[in-house]
Design a protein. Structure first.
Length: 223
């Protein structure tokens, strides 16, 4: 959290960068050519869309390569979009689920909502509906906890954090708490906007998620 304190003054610039008109990360580019096995669908914002770096340097591409080392039984679909909100993700999710039939859905959204000061009830409702949309088909869901800087006020910042904890407990889905934190506390691993990790920080993002992803993929598919 100390890293956020240091970037608080630069945050208006970061907010503009995060709030740019969303552009598709082109899911087709993030799909491993594999048949059979498990499909992982990643619904995120610019953090997962490799903003400011080469796409192949992003944590999603690193995940794809790590899984490939275990054989061609995994398919990774990156449906992340820069500037994406929970509302936008919810609107896109049904078609993405129908198109890709994933075994694991990773939701990395909410950061842009928080930066824009959206009502917490709306953020929670959108994320809850995304989880509910995936759950009837017994897909595994991994929820990634997002963070916002403390200059939004202690009450809003803490309540924002609690949205993810409450959803994880309510829907019994795993929560990745340290996704951004491990990188944000190291200034040299953050881009100049203070929000997006550099290429050198991407392995840490993957390492924060890897144990949970590995465990979820070990579960029976569509049990």
């Amino acid at each position: 959290m100390s890293r956020w304190m240091k970037v608080g003054r630069r945050f208006p610039l970061a907010l503009l960068l995060m709030a740019v008109a969303p552009f598709a990360a082109n899911a087709a580019e993030g799909v491993a050519e594999a048949t059979g096995g498990a499909t992982i669908l990643i619904f995120g914002d610019s953090i997962s869309a490799a903003y400011g770096i080469q796409r192949e340097q992003g944590w999603v591409a690193l995940l794809e390569r790590r899984l490939a080392s275990d054989g061609p039984q995994f398919r990774v679909v990156n449906a992340s979009m820069s500037g994406e909100t929970t509302g936008g993700g919810l609107a896109r999710l049904p078609k993405a689920l129908a198109d890709h039939d994933p075994d694991l859905l990773i939701i990395e959204l909410g950061g842009n909502d928080g930066l824009r000061g959206y009502p917490l009830a709306n953020i929670r409702r959108n994320l809850a509906q995304m989880i509910e949309t995936a759950n009837p088909l017994r897909r595994n869901v991994l929820l990634v906890a997002m963070q916002i800087p403390p200059n939004y006020g202690h009450r809003y910042t803490e309540a924002f954090r609690e949205v993810f904890t409450d959803l994880s407990e309510s829907y019994d889905v795993p929560l990745a708490n340290d996704f951004i934190e491990a990188v944000a506390v190291q200034p040299e691993l953050m881009q100049d906007d203070g929000i997006h990790p550099t290429a050198e920080g991407q392995p840490l993002l993957l390492d924060a998620l890897w144990p949970t992803i590995k465990g979820l993929l070990a579960r029976p598919i569509h049990e």
